[in-house]
Design a protein around this ligand. Sequence first.
Ligand SMILES: [Fe+2]
Ligand SMILES: [Fe+2]
Length: 252
Amino acid sequence: MSTWILADTHLDHTGAKPMSIFGPIWNNHPEVLAEHWQKLIKPEDNVIIAGDISWAMQAEDAVPDLTFLNQLPGCRKILLKGNHDFWWSTKSKVNKLFQGNSLDTLEIMQNEAKLIRNPEEPDEDFILVGSRGWKLPTDNDADAKDKKVYEREKNRFLLSLQDVELLKKREAETRDLPVVAVFHYPPLNKFANDSELTAIIESTGISKVYYGHVHKQHGLDNILCFEGEKNGVSYKNIALDFIECVPVRVEV
Ligand SMILES: [Fe+2]
Ligand SMILES: [Fe+2]
Protein backbone atom coordinates (compact mmCIF):
# COMPACT_ATOMS: atom_id res chain seq x y z
CA MET A 1 0.00 0.00 0.00
CA SER A 2 1.00 3.62 -0.46
CA THR A 3 0.25 7.11 0.82
CA TRP A 4 -0.57 9.81 -1.72
CA ILE A 5 -0.77 13.56 -1.42
CA LEU A 6 -2.38 16.40 -3.34
CA ALA A 7 -3.94 19.80 -2.63
CA ASP A 8 -6.34 22.33 -4.11
CA THR A 9 -9.00 20.09 -5.59
CA HIS A 10 -11.21 23.23 -5.76
CA LEU A 11 -14.34 21.15 -6.30
CA ASP A 12 -17.66 22.76 -7.15
CA HIS A 13 -20.50 20.43 -8.05
CA THR A 14 -22.75 23.45 -8.78
CA GLY A 15 -20.58 24.60 -11.69
CA ALA A 16 -20.72 28.20 -10.40
CA LYS A 17 -16.94 28.43 -9.96
CA PRO A 18 -15.41 27.05 -13.16
CA MET A 19 -11.67 26.72 -12.59
CA SER A 20 -11.06 26.65 -16.36
CA ILE A 21 -10.85 30.48 -16.28
CA PHE A 22 -7.42 29.93 -14.68
CA GLY A 23 -6.08 28.01 -17.68
CA PRO A 24 -6.59 24.79 -19.66
CA ILE A 25 -4.97 22.68 -16.93
CA TRP A 26 -8.27 23.12 -15.04
CA ASN A 27 -10.53 21.90 -17.89
CA ASN A 28 -12.76 19.16 -16.37
CA HIS A 29 -10.24 18.87 -13.56
CA PRO A 30 -12.42 16.65 -11.28
CA GLU A 31 -12.77 14.08 -14.11
CA VAL A 32 -9.05 14.27 -14.97
CA LEU A 33 -8.13 13.89 -11.29
CA ALA A 34 -10.54 10.95 -10.87
CA GLU A 35 -8.99 9.22 -13.88
CA HIS A 36 -5.42 9.51 -12.52
CA TRP A 37 -6.60 8.71 -8.98
CA GLN A 38 -8.33 5.48 -10.08
CA LYS A 39 -5.26 4.39 -12.02
CA LEU A 40 -2.80 5.01 -9.16
CA ILE A 41 -4.57 4.72 -5.83
CA LYS A 42 -5.67 1.36 -4.41
CA PRO A 43 -8.58 0.82 -2.00
CA GLU A 44 -6.13 0.13 0.87
CA ASP A 45 -4.05 3.32 0.29
CA ASN A 46 -4.00 6.57 2.30
CA VAL A 47 -4.52 9.99 0.73
CA ILE A 48 -3.68 13.42 2.16
CA ILE A 49 -5.56 16.43 0.72
CA ALA A 50 -3.95 19.70 1.80
CA GLY A 51 -6.69 22.30 1.58
CA ASP A 52 -8.86 24.30 -0.84
CA ILE A 53 -10.98 21.20 -1.14
CA SER A 54 -14.39 22.64 -2.04
CA TRP A 55 -15.74 26.05 -3.03
CA ALA A 56 -18.88 25.44 -0.92
CA MET A 57 -19.64 28.14 1.62
CA GLN A 58 -21.86 26.00 3.90
CA ALA A 59 -21.16 22.54 5.30
CA GLU A 60 -24.22 20.89 3.73
CA ASP A 61 -23.34 22.35 0.32
CA ALA A 62 -19.93 20.64 0.43
CA VAL A 63 -21.47 17.15 0.73
CA PRO A 64 -21.54 16.35 -3.03
CA ASP A 65 -17.87 17.42 -3.37
CA LEU A 66 -16.90 15.43 -0.27
CA THR A 67 -18.89 12.45 -1.56
CA PHE A 68 -16.89 12.65 -4.80
CA LEU A 69 -13.67 12.30 -2.77
CA ASN A 70 -15.16 9.66 -0.47
CA GLN A 71 -16.12 7.32 -3.31
CA LEU A 72 -12.66 7.42 -4.90
CA PRO A 73 -10.24 4.62 -3.88
CA GLY A 74 -8.37 4.97 -0.59
CA CYS A 75 -9.36 3.75 2.87
CA ARG A 76 -8.20 6.84 4.75
CA LYS A 77 -8.32 10.39 3.35
CA ILE A 78 -6.84 13.02 5.65
CA LEU A 79 -8.10 16.54 4.96
CA LEU A 80 -6.45 19.85 5.93
CA LYS A 81 -8.19 23.19 5.73
CA GLY A 82 -7.30 25.71 3.02
CA ASN A 83 -8.13 29.42 2.86
CA HIS A 84 -11.13 28.73 0.59
CA ASP A 85 -12.71 25.98 2.72
CA PHE A 86 -15.46 28.17 4.19
CA TRP A 87 -17.70 25.08 4.58
CA TRP A 88 -15.25 23.85 7.27
CA SER A 89 -16.23 25.50 10.55
CA THR A 90 -15.35 23.56 13.69
CA LYS A 91 -13.83 20.13 14.10
CA SER A 92 -16.96 18.74 15.75
CA LYS A 93 -19.27 20.15 13.03
CA VAL A 94 -17.12 18.68 10.25
CA ASN A 95 -16.95 15.32 12.02
CA LYS A 96 -20.76 15.36 12.39
CA LEU A 97 -21.08 16.18 8.68
CA PHE A 98 -18.87 13.21 7.79
CA GLN A 99 -20.80 10.86 10.10
CA GLY A 100 -24.24 12.11 8.99
CA ASN A 101 -23.41 11.59 5.32
CA SER A 102 -21.52 8.27 5.56
CA LEU A 103 -18.29 9.96 4.44
CA ASP A 104 -16.48 7.12 6.11
CA THR A 105 -13.06 7.41 4.45
CA LEU A 106 -12.68 11.11 5.33
CA GLU A 107 -11.00 12.49 8.45
CA ILE A 108 -9.75 15.95 9.29
CA MET A 109 -6.37 16.98 10.66
CA GLN A 110 -6.35 19.98 12.98
CA ASN A 111 -3.84 20.79 15.76
CA GLU A 112 -2.69 17.18 15.89
CA ALA A 113 -0.30 14.60 14.50
CA LYS A 114 -1.38 11.48 12.59
CA LEU A 115 0.32 8.11 12.44
CA ILE A 116 0.38 6.86 8.85
CA ARG A 117 0.90 3.14 8.79
CA ASN A 118 1.79 0.83 5.96
CA PRO A 119 1.06 -2.70 7.24
CA GLU A 120 2.85 -4.23 4.23
CA GLU A 121 6.01 -2.12 4.64
CA PRO A 122 6.39 -0.97 8.27
CA ASP A 123 9.61 0.80 7.23
CA GLU A 124 7.41 3.25 5.36
CA ASP A 125 5.40 4.25 8.45
CA PHE A 126 5.62 7.95 9.27
CA ILE A 127 4.06 10.68 11.38
CA LEU A 128 2.23 13.51 9.66
CA VAL A 129 2.20 17.00 11.21
CA GLY A 130 1.00 20.29 9.80
CA SER A 131 -1.34 23.26 9.77
CA ARG A 132 -2.99 25.52 7.21
CA GLY A 133 -0.28 28.19 7.49
CA TRP A 134 -0.85 31.66 6.05
CA LYS A 135 0.76 34.46 4.12
CA LEU A 136 4.25 34.99 5.55
CA PRO A 137 4.73 38.13 7.67
CA THR A 138 7.62 39.09 5.38
CA ASP A 139 5.42 39.02 2.24
CA ASN A 140 5.03 42.52 0.76
CA ASP A 141 1.24 42.43 0.99
CA ALA A 142 1.01 41.01 4.56
CA ASP A 143 -0.86 43.40 6.85
CA ALA A 144 -1.34 43.36 10.64
CA LYS A 145 -4.33 41.01 10.34
CA ASP A 146 -2.31 38.56 8.22
CA LYS A 147 0.47 38.61 10.81
CA LYS A 148 -2.05 37.67 13.50
CA VAL A 149 -3.42 34.77 11.44
CA TYR A 150 0.13 33.59 10.66
CA GLU A 151 0.98 33.63 14.37
CA ARG A 152 -2.10 31.51 15.13
CA GLU A 153 -1.22 29.04 12.38
CA LYS A 154 2.38 28.84 13.63
CA ASN A 155 1.00 27.93 17.07
CA ARG A 156 -1.26 25.32 15.48
CA PHE A 157 1.78 23.80 13.81
CA LEU A 158 3.54 23.74 17.20
CA LEU A 159 0.48 21.99 18.70
CA SER A 160 0.67 19.40 15.94
CA LEU A 161 4.37 18.84 16.72
CA GLN A 162 3.66 18.59 20.44
CA ASP A 163 1.15 15.85 19.67
CA VAL A 164 3.85 13.61 18.15
CA GLU A 165 4.96 12.12 21.47
CA LEU A 166 1.37 11.84 22.76
CA LEU A 167 0.36 10.11 19.52
CA LYS A 168 3.19 7.59 19.93
CA LYS A 169 1.94 6.83 23.45
CA ARG A 170 -1.67 6.54 22.25
CA GLU A 171 -0.63 4.16 19.49
CA ALA A 172 1.97 2.28 21.59
CA GLU A 173 4.56 3.20 18.96
CA THR A 174 8.12 3.00 20.24
CA ARG A 175 10.06 3.48 16.99
CA ASP A 176 11.71 6.73 15.93
CA LEU A 177 9.55 7.41 12.89
CA PRO A 178 10.20 9.98 10.16
CA VAL A 179 8.03 13.10 10.47
CA VAL A 180 6.53 14.63 7.32
CA ALA A 181 4.97 18.11 7.39
CA VAL A 182 2.07 19.35 5.31
CA PHE A 183 0.74 22.90 5.00
CA HIS A 184 -1.77 24.60 2.76
CA TYR A 185 0.39 27.73 2.41
CA PRO A 186 4.09 27.31 1.63
CA PRO A 187 6.12 27.81 4.85
CA LEU A 188 8.81 29.73 2.94
CA ASN A 189 8.75 32.30 0.17
CA LYS A 190 9.75 31.79 -3.46
CA PHE A 191 13.31 32.92 -2.70
CA ALA A 192 13.54 30.20 0.01
CA ASN A 193 14.33 32.82 2.65
CA ASP A 194 14.31 31.54 6.21
CA SER A 195 11.06 31.95 8.15
CA GLU A 196 9.97 31.09 11.67
CA LEU A 197 8.34 28.00 10.21
CA THR A 198 11.50 26.84 8.41
CA ALA A 199 13.42 27.29 11.69
CA ILE A 200 10.88 25.08 13.50
CA ILE A 201 10.92 22.53 10.66
CA GLU A 202 14.72 22.33 10.67
CA SER A 203 14.97 22.15 14.49
CA THR A 204 12.55 19.22 14.67
CA GLY A 205 14.33 17.06 12.10
CA ILE A 206 11.55 17.09 9.50
CA SER A 207 13.06 16.30 6.11
CA LYS A 208 10.00 16.45 3.89
CA VAL A 209 7.48 19.27 3.49
CA TYR A 210 4.48 19.42 1.15
CA TYR A 211 2.31 22.46 0.54
CA GLY A 212 -0.29 23.74 -1.93
CA HIS A 213 -2.11 27.06 -2.42
CA VAL A 214 0.34 28.51 -4.98
CA HIS A 215 -1.17 28.15 -8.45
CA LYS A 216 0.31 28.58 -11.89
CA GLN A 217 -0.13 31.98 -13.48
CA HIS A 218 -0.53 31.77 -17.21
CA GLY A 219 1.48 34.13 -19.32
CA LEU A 220 3.97 34.66 -16.52
CA ASP A 221 7.28 32.89 -16.58
CA ASN A 222 8.52 33.95 -13.17
CA ILE A 223 9.25 31.71 -10.19
CA LEU A 224 6.13 31.29 -8.10
CA CYS A 225 7.33 29.18 -5.19
CA PHE A 226 10.35 27.31 -3.92
CA GLU A 227 10.61 23.61 -4.68
CA GLY A 228 13.70 21.56 -3.90
CA GLU A 229 16.04 21.15 -0.98
CA LYS A 230 17.14 23.70 1.60
CA ASN A 231 19.12 22.90 4.75
CA GLY A 232 18.36 19.20 4.42
CA VAL A 233 14.59 19.69 3.98
CA SER A 234 12.80 19.00 0.70
CA TYR A 235 9.85 21.19 -0.26
CA LYS A 236 7.24 20.33 -2.87
CA ASN A 237 4.17 22.13 -4.16
CA ILE A 238 1.35 19.62 -4.57
CA ALA A 239 -1.37 22.06 -5.74
CA LEU A 240 -3.46 20.27 -8.36
CA ASP A 241 -2.29 22.36 -11.33
CA PHE A 242 1.38 22.02 -10.31
CA ILE A 243 1.09 18.22 -10.26
CA GLU A 244 -1.13 18.17 -13.38
CA CYS A 245 -3.91 16.36 -11.50
CA VAL A 246 -1.63 13.37 -10.75
CA PRO A 247 -1.49 12.49 -7.01
CA VAL A 248 2.07 12.34 -5.64
CA ARG A 249 3.28 9.27 -3.75
CA VAL A 250 4.74 10.18 -0.34
CA GLU A 251 8.25 8.70 -0.02
CA VAL A 252 9.88 8.71 3.43
FE1 LIG B 1 -6.01 26.91 -4.16
FE1 LIG C 1 -5.34 28.42 -1.12
